[in-house]
Design a protein around this ligand. Structure first.
Ligand SMILES: [Zn+2]
Length: 300
């Protein structure tokens, strides 16, 4: 599948709801979004470092002068959560496990400088700011008359994922539960449960506009594509695991097909290693939440 070009920047996807899309230089840095309520703004994923957040805040100020009251983290990964500190005194919201994982991992300056040397000025300024308000499987935030649901579907991309769903607008911010044109990363997740979660969202959630964690704004196609990759990964990894192959050999044997052109195809190695861990029974059991049965969305 040819990977198209798409635009960076703030895009209105429903009245007062914007996606902030990162396409440049690549899709490796996550998308963000804002929801403008009656008397305040919710930011979804606060980006990674000050030098990214400052231009973002300028963009936000072009569309609203209302105060930022909430920042939601879709999960703990640093491109989604290390910018939290720049929105204070906004309240940071996230799943309980997102907070726990952030606190356990902390800030590893050496690792950050190694992985992202281009932000070396930013790293010493990072102050870990995990969610200060957490929830278990569902939380509803009322931004005046506007309803925003935070849904935890159980383990998927990580063990602390949050979907941000606006039932009236039929808008869904998936965080990294959906990727488009960047290879899905499963190294901190649970592949089998992630597959179930994708199927539940596709089946039960009435959403027409989807903002994936990485890639352009779209519709449920982003979920279908991520699901396709995960199923391919699981099928190939299980086959090779049963034959007693190594992770390296299994990764080399995976025919990426339409995903070969997606950025960072080499993620298959880490994904395959995670699949093997799952098959060996080494991963924590994923919580089965009400989400599995679609009970988050019906009846209203
Ligand atoms: Zn992630």
């Amino acid at each position: 599948m040819a990977v198209p070009n798409w635009k960076s920047g703030l895009q209105e996807i429903a009245d007062g709801v914007f996606a902030y899309i990162n396409a440049q230089p690549r899709a490796a840095i996550c998308n963000s979004g804002i929801i403008i309520g009656d008397d305040g703004v919710m930011v979804i994923d606060g980006l990674m470092v000050g030098s990214m957040v400052r231009p973002y805040l300028e963009q936000i100020r072009k569309v609203t002068s209302k105060p930022i009251r909430y920042v939601v983290n879709t999960h703990h990964h640093i491109d989604h959560s290390f910018g939290n500190q720049f929105y204070l005194p906004a309240e940071v919201l996230g799943h309980r496990a997102c907070r726990e994982i952030m606190l356990a991992k902390g800030v590893d300056q050496e690792d950050l400088e190694k992985r992202f040397p281009m932000y070396k000025e930013d790293w010493p300024k990072v102050r870990l700011t995990p969610p200060s308000v957490t929830y278990e499987d569902k939380m509803v935030v009322h931004l005046g008359g506007r309803v925003v649901e935070l849904l935890h579907p159980g383990a998927a991309h990580t063990y602390g994922d949050t979907l941000i769903y606006m039932p009236k607008e039929k808008v869904l911010f998936t965080g990294d539960i959906a990727f488009q044109y960047l290879t899905p990363l499963a190294a901190d997740g649970h592949i089998s449960h992630w597959i179930r979660v994708e199927e539940s969202i596709i089946k039960y959630l009435d959403a027409t506009t989807i903002v994936p964690g990485h890639g352009p704004v779209g519709d449920k196609t982003a979920l279908v594509l991520t699901l396709g990759y995960l199923k391919l990964l699981k099928r190939t990894s299980r086959l090779h695991f049963r034959r007693g192959a190594s992770v390296d050999d299994a990764a080399r044997a995976m025919r990426l097909g339409e995903y070969a052109d997606w950025e960072e195809p080499e993620r298959v190695l880490r994904n395959m290693a995670r699949a093997f861990q799952e098959f060996r029974g080494e991963l924590p059991k994923p919580l089965r939440t009400r989400f599995d049965k679609g009970l988050h969305v019906a009846p209203r």
